[in-house]
Design a protein around this ligand. Structure first.
Ligand code: ADE
Length: 234
């Protein structure tokens, strides 16, 4: 998979050099390219922002550098219409199903906004060349898209075949299957007065599976009732 990220803080994305994603890049599973938006400015101050029409606080990212940067990425794309992801608190909420969908695409492009956001016309124009998706990490405000891109690239990247050593570990985790993950324990079985639930030491795999399922349902009911479907669970 090819991933391009455009940002005014390319060094922010250096976390993509390490850990699982860094390894996937070394192994040739992921081709990640980070671009500095300011390379697409043509004034002495390398200006990327200006005051908002209509007034109001803060600055807005100018359309010209974005169009030039995104044109360069689209011209170099391995596909006809790459997916352009724009992290913004006013987007639709990013989720595991969306991560799974994106993991099936050949080319993702991330546009990191800063300040009060990017001139809205950039998204209208970009729709000619990209499938444009505005996505939010959640109902809170970050200073820019970079942290959101790190989260999304990790969520998508780990679903690409070969990136995670043991693909079975992907099946039983939170948000796969619509429920939160069951609690996990390791040795010692007794620790500072806290015991591992005896069923896990019983060797009865049927009972263990049943207990884990019940834990998943109970946790989800307590912490994330919004995830539970109405009516009895299958
Ligand atoms: N940029 C600023 N806040 C954000 C959020 N909550 N999600 C994604 N991108 C953002």
């Amino acid at each position: 998979m090819r991933i391009d990220v455009v940002s005014i803080f390319p060094e922010y994305l250096s976390a993509l050099d390490i850990s699982l994603i860094g390894r996937a890049r070394e192994d040739g599973l992921l081709d990640v390219r980070v671009h500095d938006l300011r390379e697409h400015t043509h004034d002495r101050h390398r200006t990327v922002d200006d005051t908002p029409y209509g007034g109001g606080a803060g600055m807005v990212m100018k359309p010209e550098p974005w169009a030039e940067a995104l044109d360069a990425v689209a011209d170099d794309s391995p596909v006809e219409r790459p997916t352009l992801l724009v992290p913004t608190p006013s987007g639709t909420v990013f989720s595991q199903p969306l991560a799974r969908e994106l993991a099936g695409y050949e080319h993702l492009v991330f546009a990191c906004g800063r300040y009060e956001g990017i001139d809205e016309r950039v998204f209208q124009w970009a729709a000619e060349r990209f499938d444009v998706r505005l996505v939010s990490l959640g109902d809170y405000v970050l200073n820019g898209g970079e942290v959101a891109v790190l989260a999304m690239v990790e969520a998508v990247g780990r679903l690409i075949p070969g990136v995670i050593g043991n693909p079975e570990s992907l099946v039983e985790e939170s948000h796969e299957g619509g429920l939160l993950e069951y609690p996990v324990y390791t040795k010692p079985s007794s620790w500072r007065g806290h015991e591992v639930p005896p069923v896990l030491l019983s060797g009865d795999h049927g009972k263990i599976a049943q207990w884990r399922r019940a834990q998943q349902v109970e946790r989800t009911r307590l912490r994330r009732p919004d995830l539970l479907p109405e009516g009895p669970l299958a």
